[in-house]
Write a new protein. Structure first.
Length: 90
């Protein structure tokens, strides 16, 4: 059995919540990116302005997908490190 202080428990909870939110946003942006890429690949968009909007949206979605994926990995590693720290302290 491990004894955990209140600040340790709070930091572990915050790390887990951060990872969950970032992972959800990663999945959302990734899904949007795939949808935009499929649309650009399969639909003949004749208006240049509409095509440019789809390309811009795909680029922005790709950037956010990478951003939230990286943040989720960092939060996951921080949570694992905090858990290991708690286990080692006990």
């Amino acid at each position: 059995m491990y004894s955990v202080t209140d600040p340790e428990l709070n930091s572990l909870r915050e790390s887990g919540l951060s990872a969950s939110v970032d992972l959800s946003l990663f999945a959302l942006c990734g899904g949007i990116l795939v949808t935009l890429i499929v649309t650009l690949s399969t639909v003949d968009i004749t208006q240049a302005k509409t095509f440019a909007a789809y390309v811009a949206a795909a680029i922005v979605s790709g950037i956010f997908t990478v951003w939230f994926g990286a943040r989720a990995c960092i939060a996951w590693k921080n949570a694992k490190a905090k858990l290991a720290e708690i286990k080692d302290a006990s």
